[in-house]
Design a protein around this ligand. Structure first.
Ligand code: NAD
Length: 229
């Protein structure tokens, strides 16, 4: 049933995540990577022949990607992290006209960690000191990681205290991604830990988001929406 496959444009296709998505998509019967773009390629032209675009490149690419998506009226899945406030605004503006899934982490396990973190901080209250530790491979460009920033936002929203939440970023070897949320109280300490062992977990989530976002009303969605959490 080749005709019913979702045709994906992959931006950042030569990168670590891009290569894993290309490999994974070969095993997905409903998805075809119909076009690939990397540095210097024309995103708008490549998008013409596709149903949806997935971006795992770098924050500076977002302007071209949003412009092309608005022109071609194509939904977007954005996995790139480390955007500036201005670059985030471009995504929010585009989401007024297009459905966009924008997620700092596409793994099901990390999205469970997001939900559990909110629950834990509501149970433990303001008495506990909070800290986030994230570890990634030495080639990672942004720090703290997008996932650590999302965790910090969840913690901030769920507690009444406005005490700063420290984030420790460690860059080490080839670590795919580890996040620990620490709740340190009088006489006890709770740690929630997620360790990604393979990039395939992010790739799987991004392809699932690409299928999900087609036909959705304009808006900015997260992986929590895709998973129905
Ligand atoms: P990478 O550096 O290995 O790959 C990025 C690729 O994008 C490179 O091939 C580069 O040439 C290309 N690129 C750069 N500028 C471009 C442009 N203007 N147009 C098209 N292509 C361009 O990085 P990576 O490890 O694959 O990660 C990519 C991004 O995804 C990072 O921001 C990373 O933090 C993020 N990430 C997100 C998740 C998630 O679940 N959301 C998971 C892993 C990585």
């Amino acid at each position: 049933m080749k005709e019913s496959r979702v045709r994906v444009l992959l931006v950042g296709s030569a990168g670590r995540m891009g290569k894993v998505i290309v490999d994974l998509a070969k095993r997905e019967p409903n998805i075809e990577i119909a076009a690939q773009c990397d540095l210097g390629d024309d995103v708008a032209a490549a998008m013409q022949n596709c149903d949806v675009a997935i971006d795992f490149s770098q924050p500076g690419a977002v302007e071209e990607i949003c412009r092309a998506a608005l022109q071609g009226r194509r939904p977007l899945v954005i996995g790139t992290t480390g955007h500036s406030p201005e670059q985030r605004r471009l995504i929010e503006e585009a989401a007024e006209s297009l459905p966009i899934v924008f997620a700092s982490n596409f793994s099901v396990g990390v999205n469970a960690l997001f939900a559990l973190t909110g629950k834990a901080v509501r149970i433990l209250g303001d008495e506990f000191d909070l800290e986030i530790i994230e570890t990634h491979h030495v080639m990672k460009k942004d720090a703290p990681s997008g996932t650590a920033k999302t965790l910090a936002e969840i913690l901030k929203h769920a507690r009444t205290s406005d005490k700063k939440i420290p984030i420790q970023s460690i860059r080490e070897g080839e670590v795919v991604g580890e996040h620990t949320v620490i709740f340190d109280g009088a006489g006890e300490r709770l740690e929630l830990v997620h360790r990604a062992r393979s990039r395939e977990t992010f790739a799987k989530g991004a392809l699932r988001a690409a299928e999900w976002v087609i036909g959705k009303p304009a808006g900015l969605y997260t992986m929590q929406d895709v998973l129905g959490l």
